[in-house]
Design a protein around this ligand. Structure first.
Ligand code: NAD
Ligand code: UFG
Length: 341
């Protein structure tokens, strides 16, 4: 058996894909998830893909005693990947304390217990949201952090600072902070994918639900931006590519000597796609037409942002590989499976 890794939020969207890649790379995985935004049926999908059912603890990471029990029951955990968080930007504006409590207490508890249980490193899920509206694109890790525009975004900034301060205090741990751009798609088996709660806020689940007839039409939020076709630009990254980056990061953190105690990487493709380009990639990849209308801008949206991923490419030896049309086909296959089409 390989090294033992704790994946918090491991039945969630990015977590489940990462558990698959970790298991396929030979790691032994323990998941903790409180199922607040996922369900334990995801474990069946992971098992069907990898042939291994990961150890699963249903529990809340904001409860330090639950974590203590977990570390005592699953001795020898060497690394943590911390996905567990609340992530709905709009909800965070309505319920800021829920977001600060959940996202920050989870991280603080994990950091506090790491030295006590001999856990050497933690990979943290951050976001390109920390850059705000960039002064220029593509954006690299040295770009300034802008004031957060939502409590959710602020939890990511504060979390990065908490980790930095803790490592600087001499705590015997290492950390890799991963700033994701826009994760989309699903596993090519269509056995795991994104399970949005209620009406999706994000583009791809709204698009696939519209294509499936669950939503009447997709609204493009603004076509009067300063971009070639007027719609916003993002760096959409395939979730399996993203998952693989976590395996590489974990390997580097736990096995390579001489690396910095704390490192930050952008995880994106380096390619900016507009909303309209993404829709057209979906239509040509699947031959399915998406009813759409152009609507007003969505408050708080960033006009354009895409990653300079050179640091991750060179230092981690990781690169986004999945072509966008394949990502779109996988997203569609997953949508068809969950909506019984
Ligand atoms: P997700 O909601 O699908 O997964 C998070 C999982 O954590 C869920 O299964 C949820 O039940 C669990 N969870 C939440 N609070 C918990 C707690 N206190 N204890 C135990 N489990 C808890 O979200 P995701 O899209 O997979 O995102 C994973 C991480 O990546 C999050 O930290 C998110 O903020 C970050 N991130 C996501 C995106 C994105 O667009 N999806 C972008 C940037 C960063
Ligand atoms: N969009 C539409 N119509 C929709 C939904 C989205 O036109 O129905 C547009 C948005 O205006 C934006 C683009 O599609 O231009 C992408 O929007 P998403 O909501 O999918 O993604 P965001 O870039 O707004 O934000 C997401 C997560 C954040 C995270 C950020 C970076 O929601 O939590 O990616 O990782 F911080």
């Amino acid at each position: 058996m390989g090294q033992k890794i704790l994946v918090t939020g491991g039945t969630g969207y990015i977590g489940s894909h990462t558990v698959v890649e970790l298991q396929q790379a030979g790691y032994e995985v323990v998941i903790i998830d409180n199922l607040s935004n996922s369900n334990d049926g995801v474990l069946d999908g992971i098992e069907a893909i990898t042939g291994i059912r990961p150890a699963f603890v249903e529990g809340d990471c904001t409860d330090i005693e639950t974590l203590r029990r977990l570390f005592a029951d699953h001795k020898g955990i060497k690394g943590i990947i911390n996905f567990a968080a609340s992530k709905a930007v709009g909800e965070s504006v309505q319920k800021p304390l829920l977001y600060y409590r959940n996202n920050l207490n989870t991280l603080i508890n994990l950091l506090e217990l790491m030295p006590e249980y001999g856990v050497e490193g933690i990979v943290f899920s951050s976001s390109c949201t920390v850059y705000g509206e960039p002064d220029r694109n593509p954006i690299d890790e040295t770009a300034p952090i802008k004031p957060a525009t939502s409590p959710y975004g602020n939890t990511k900034q504060i979390s990065e600072e908490i980790i930095t301060d803790y490592v600087a205090s001499g705590a015997p741990i290492k950390s890799i902070i991963l700033r994701y751009f826009n994760p989309i798609g699903a596993h090519s088996s269509a056995l795991i994918g994104e399970l949005p709660n209620g009406v999706p806020n994000n583009l791809v689940p709204y698009l696939t639900q519209t294509a499936a007839g669950i939503r009447k039409e997709l609204t493009v939020f603004g076509d009067d931006y300063d971009t070639p076709d007027g719609s916003c630009i993002r760096d959409y990254i395939d979730v399996v590519d993203l998952a693989k980056a976590h395996v590489t990061a974990m390997k580097r953190m736990l096995s390579e000597t001489g690396t910095d105690s704390i490192e930050v990487f952008n995880l994106g493709t380096g390619r900016g796609l507009s909303v309209l380009e993404l829709i057209s990639a979906f239509e040509s990849a699947t031959d399915v037409k998406v009813p759409l209308r152009i609507g007003p801008r969505r408050a708080g949206d960033i006009e354009k942002i895409w990653a300079a991923p050179a640091k991750a490419n060179e230092t981690l030896g990781w690169k986004a590989m999945v072509p966008i049309k394949e990502t779109m086909r996988n997203a569609w296959a997953w949508q068809c499976r969950i909506s019984g089409k």
